[in-house]
Design a protein around this ligand. Structure first.
Ligand code: ASP
Length: 597
């Protein structure tokens, strides 16, 4: 029954025919999306990447053999149909389909290929397990939601290329077989056959190379770059992901921000048909933590953390008094949750459990009612106008719920930040299409690494400290903030970058703080440092996670929904079975022996 294509060409794609084509001949090819056999008349929805056209087979117009073949068509068989485009009779149009005004009345049919029954339905809601869908990814990719994500990904990648090219950026490829890059995750390594016992790393990012490109004078670089990191996969991470990677010379962070804002504006206009308001608001890291308890705050949530340490310290509640006595290292913070005075004890208990998971000792609460406090810790605020002052300090109104935590400042901020996100998502209608971008900048340059008992870089070691902090680089590293920035939207981190150190002496001082020995430094990053000795310009850059942008702007549950062939949480590919073992002969050539467990 299967016929060869025999040179036949399509006249239309399945998404093309419209009422104005009525009366013309059509030859369509695609997959049998749905077949409805009404005994006599048979309807076939024929699908390809571009859409679906309804084909009708009428026994009175066709010879018995064609009709018999039509009735044999199974799910996702590959079919060629010839016929005439007809306007559908009034009342029988399908408003849900762009082609819904027409149907193609078939007078010829060729079956180009059969198919096994797919292990899960391609149409409708996807109910199959993700593992099954990953195993048969080519079928999963036929589903509309996933296919449209891939189409959208292409569109925004093109917009990025066009926009940045117009802005004078050059797309330059950097190597895949590299010396380890400084992103701080574990490297994927590739053994060298020509140099047995030596290994290349796969790049965690093009970081070092893009900086060298600035030394080389290219001024404005970008790349749609694959980054590979051998991390234990936390939720929504992939061992290989894609960044829109940028680097620019003779710039401050304002220039980098403006380029990214312009690029996102272009994506919004070209690919989403909407205007984006720029410039984006900016928060210092400190402000973001104080107000939102997060370095990627969701600005859609209509309440923020208020520092109520001093009023709460005058209450009769021992814990609040203690926090005030040891301030500023400790604090009492309150979340005034609008209109949630009626939240149930069960809900409050769940929020307290969440705060405790983040390390808080507990989560106190009180309702605001008639200008006074009610329930929870209200009784500790009975004296004088204390209750009214707490309400004032928290910026709360009648009907609100106060959620209060005390303890170490950073812990209280993080715990309340977590509760804010949780309550925000549960209780407020947060529109996923209301994109609230925010720059968070001036992060601390170093983080204290408990394990190593040493300072380590918060982003990477090439980040320039704030100029006014360079003086106390060695004497008080914890107080040094960097020219380091993130772009966040709606609680997701979308990009990270920094102004880089371009002077060897300063680079050596920073490396001294994290305790990296000069030999180690030379071995790892010697080529970059050496390049700095030949007129390195001031420079900086950023990288945006492309996969995440697709999911944020276009939908999906995880970045896997933006990647054609993603890996599972345990870094395997269920479709092709990677990773696999290697032929012992190949290992021998590489002089590699697998150690017994
Ligand atoms: N290479 C950095 C990263 O992957 C981004 C940057 O600093 O430009 O996080």
């Amino acid at each position: 029954m299967i016929e060869p294509l025999a040179g036949r060409k399509r006249t239309h794609r399945c998404g093309d025919p419209r009422p104005e084509h009525a009366g013309t001949r059509a030859r369509l090819m695609g997959w049998a999306h749905r077949v409805r056999d009404h005994g006599g008349v048979l309807f076939l929805d024929l699908r390809d990447r571009y859409g679906i056209t309804q084909v009708v087979f009428r026994p009175e117009r066709l010879n018995a053999k064609t009709m018999e073949h039509a009735r044999a068509i199974g799910s996702v068989w590959v079919v060629l149909v010839e016929g005439t485009v007809l306007k559908r009779p009034a009342g029988s149009e399908n408003p849900d389909l762009p082609t819904g005004g027409i149907e193609v009345e078939a007078d010829g049919l060729a079956i180009l290929n059969e198919s096994k029954t797919p292990p899960f339905p391609i149409e409708g809601a996807n109910t199959a397990s993700e593992d099954l869908r990953l195993r048969y990814r080519y079928l999963d990719l036929r589903r509309e939601a996933l296919r449209e994500n891939i189409v959208f990904r292409h569109a925004i990648t093109k917009s990025v290329r066009d926009h940045l090219s117009d802005e004078g950026f050059l797309e330059i490829e950097t190597p895949l077989l590299v010396k380890p890059t400084p992103e701080g995750a574990r490297d994927y390594v590739v053994p060298s056959r020509l140099h047995p016992g030596k290994f290349y790393a796969l790049p965690q990012s093009p970081q070092l190379y893009k900086q060298v490109l600035m030394v080389a004078g290219f001024d404005r670089y970008f790349q749609i770059a694959r980054c590979l990191r051998d991390e234990d996969l936390r939720a929504d991470r992939q061992p290989e992901f894609t960044q829109i990677d940028l680097e620019m010379s003779f710039v401050t962070e304002d220039d980098v921000f403006a380029v990214v804002e312009g690029m996102l504006e272009a994506i919004f206009r070209r690919d989403m048909g909407r205007e984006l308001k720029v410039p984006f608001p900016r928060l210092t890291y400190r402000e973001a933590m104080e107000r939102f308890g997060s370095d990627k705050p969701d600005l859609r949530i209509p309440f923020e953390i208020k520092d109520v340490t001093s009023v709460a310290g005058q209450s009769a509640f021992e814990i609040f008094r203690g926090a005030a006595a040891s301030a500023p290292g400790t604090m009492t913070g309150a979340l005034p949750v609008p209109g949630q005075g009626g939240a149930s004890r069960k809900e409050i208990d769940a929020w307290e459990a969440a705060a405790k998971l983040m390390g808080a000792a507990g989560l106190a609460w009180a309702r605001v009612k008639g200008g006074a406090l009610d329930g929870g810790v209200a009784k500790h605020f009975a004296a004088g106008d204390l209750a009214a002052r707490l309400i004032g300090a928290a910026g709360a109104n009648d009907g609100d719920l106060l959620l209060i935590a005390s303890g170490t400042r950073s812990l209280v901020q993080r715990a309340l930040g977590h509760v804010r996100t949780l309550v925000g998502a549960q209780k407020f209608p947060l529109d996923p299409k209301d994109f609230r971008f925010v720059w968070v900048h001036q992060f601390p340059l170093f983080e204290w690494d408990e394990g190593r008992q040493a300072w380590s870089p918060a982003h990477h070691i090439f980040t320039m400290p704030l100029e006014e902090h360079i003086a106390h680089l060695e004497s008080d590293p914890g107080r040094v903030h960097g020219q380091l920035y993130d772009l966040a939207a709606n609680g997701a981190e979308l990009a990270s970058g920094s102004i880089r150190i371009h002077r060897k002496d300063l680079q050596e001082r920073v490396l001294g703080v994290i305790g990296m020995r000069p030999e180690e430094l030379k071995a790892k990053f010697g080529f970059l440092l050496e390049s700095f000795e030949y007129g390195a310009p001031p420079h900086g850059g950023i990288a945006l996670g492309l996969d995440r942008l697709v999911v944020l702007f276009h939908g999906g549950d995880s970045i896997r929904d933006a990647i054609a062939f993603p890996k599972t949480a345990s870094a395997t590919s269920l479709m092709d079975g990677a990773p696999t073992s290697v032929d012992p002969a190949d290992l021998k050539e590489l002089k590699i022996r697998i150690a017994a467990e």
